[in-house]
Ligand binder design. Structure first.
Ligand code: NAP
Length: 315
């Protein structure tokens, strides 16, 4: 009798279970299709045409004399923006400005300031006054010369003050510039780092400043997007630049030119981006697939090795 009851119950449950299963499979298939289509939209079609001088005649790039910043300056000049270059050394600024003028026939201006100082923003504001700014790239940033335990960093006080001023204050203060929000149209790219996606031991201060930039950008994007301002948080993994001391580009460590060309196609499609398809895969693996504890643990081991190698070969 009991056996008969169980069979009857199972038969009755068959139809509802079938629909639960069908609904689950359909939801998963739709989710997968959505992910594939949005991946195709971002990484294959891209949004390359959004960044044009229609947003405003001028583009401003901080840290524009080397690496990723220089590549942003070149790519934006190639698209016809007049370029305002802001960096530390006037000689290097003049060199980049001259190249952009000759190569892309665009207007250029420069402001030489040390972002490690905090009394520079009146000078920047005066230099930008009256310009119709369509794009701002907050790129300037400093990292550690080599991975190190926090309390063993030489001149810790100065090191931390400089890092906070360059990596954080520069971004916050730039958002204060009145000229940016006057026309309700424009794009601000804040260059954070994949190191800001989780704590990176032995680069802890750098990683924390970059996490700030990421949170700050994503919050502000939501505050201002309805006013026509896009604020994008950009989180690259390794790129071949002076900062990383990587010399040879590979698929996962692109040249800055390659990285920037890919990144600019994501503007308007992603508020937070790793900017380059292989980096997006790495970002997905390290945040969604691998438990964060493991990422932090292996980050520590990797940076310990890098720190030791630096002591042996460079110091
Ligand atoms: N490269 C990577 O793998 C990577 C990965 C993730 C995130 N990022 C981020 O991307 C941004 C650019 O990095 P990068 O690798 O291109 O760096 P980089 O090659 O070292 O270039 C940094 C640029 O910033 C300028 N700069 C540095 N300190 C300055 C200061 N105190 N005042 C004014 N200008 C200063 C430099 O000018 P000088 O030439 O005069 O020093 C140079 O133009 C940074 O925010 C970095 O954190 C880089």
């Amino acid at each position: 009798m009991n056996w008969m009851n169980a069979e009857e119950t199972l038969r009755r449950a068959e139809a509802p279970l079938f629909w639960v299963g069908a609904f689950t499979v359909a939801s998963l298939a739709l989710w997968l299709l959505y992910r594939l289509l949005s991946g195709f939209r971002i990484w294959v079609l891209g949004n390359g045409q959004l960044l044009s001088p229609k947003l405003g005649k001028w583009a401003v790039v901080t840290g524009a004399t080397d690496g990723i910043g220089k590549s942003y300056a070149e790519e934006l000049a190639r698209r016809g923006f007049a370029m305002m270059l802001i960096s530390r050394s006037q000689d290097k600024l003049d060199g980049v400005a001259r190249t952009l003028k000759e190569q892309f026939k665009v207007k250029t201006r420069t402001i030489a300031v040390d972002f490690g100082k905090t009394d520079i923003y009146n000078k920047i504001e005066a230099g930008l006054a009256g310009l119709e700014i369509g794009v701002l790239v907050n790129n300037v940033g400093v990292s550690y010369p080599y991975p190190e335990y926090y309390l063993q960093i030489p001149d810790l006080d100065d090191f931390i003050t400089n890092m906070i001023n360059v990596n954080i204050t520069s971004v916050c203060q730039s958002l204060n510039l009145p000229c940016l929000f006057l026309r309700s149209k424009g794009v601000i790219l804040n260059i954070s780092s994949a190191s800001g996606m989780y704590p990176v031991p032995l680069l802890t201060a750098y990683s924390s400043t970059k996490a700030f930039v990421d949170f700050f950008s994503r919050g502000l994007h939501e505050e201002y997007r309805r006013q026509g301002i896009i604020i994008q948080s950009v989180l690259p993994f390794f790129v071949v630049t002076k900062m990383t001391r990587i010399k040879k580009p590979t698929l996962d460590k692109p040249t800055p030119e390659r990285y920037v060309a890919a990144e600019l196609a994501t503007v308007g499609l992603q508020g937070q981006t790793n900017g380059y398809f292989p980096h997006a895969v790495m970002g997905w693996l390290t945040t969604k697939l691998v438990p964060m504890k493991l990422v932090i643990f292996f980050g520590h081991i990797y940076d310990c090795k890098k720190g030791k190698l630096f002591y042996i070969f460079v110091k």
